[in-house]
Design a protein around this ligand. Structure first.
Ligand SMILES: [Zn+2]
Length: 156
């Protein structure tokens, strides 16, 4: 079990990629679903389109496995210990335990700006786990995509 993060691509809402054979809609986060009641066969068709309907796997512009839950707990604690330095990053990562919590683009931008300080913290506090900078690299990718596409990060 691990916590992952993704940002939906804009292909469906921009009319790019293969057309969906069923009526589909995107939610606030850009996650796609079929509108009508579907048969099992329809759902299989929809799932096939969702997986292969555009150049992005699962209509996700970016998808990163961020951390296992044990390490995530360590990150949340470190961010809480330095809450004044990481208000957006702490709210972002700390909110991941609520599966309905999305990271909106404005918070992604603020969290992205705090990642440089996170890297400095990792470099200057040798007692912190050595894997912590690798988590920042993954978070940077999803926050950058969130800002660039103006879409929220979805924590899974
Ligand atoms: Zn796409």
């Amino acid at each position: 079990m691990a916590m992952s993060a993704s940002v939906a691509c804009n292909c469906f809402v921009s009319g790019l990629g293969a057309p969906c054979l069923l009526e589909a809609e995107a939610d606030l986060a850009g996650r796609l679903c079929a509108v009508a009641d579907c048969s099992d066969e329809d759902l299989a068709t929809f799932d096939e389109w969702l997986s292969n309907g555009c150049a992005h796997d699962g209509h996700r512009f970016v998808w990163e496995e961020i951390s296992n839950w044990t390490d995530l707990g360590i990150i949340v604690r470190v961010l809480a210990d330095h809450a004044e330095a990481f208000p957006a990053l702490g709210a972002s990562v700390g909110g991941t335990t609520d599966t309905f919590d999305l990271n909106m683009p404005d918070r992604s931008a603020a969290a992205l700006a705090e990642l440089d300080s996170y890297d400095v913290l990792c470099a200057t506090e040798p007692q912190l786990p050595r894997w912590m900078p690798s988590v920042a690299q993954k978070l940077r990718k999803v926050f950058e995509a969130s800002v660039a596409l103006d879409r929220p990060v979805v924590w899974d």
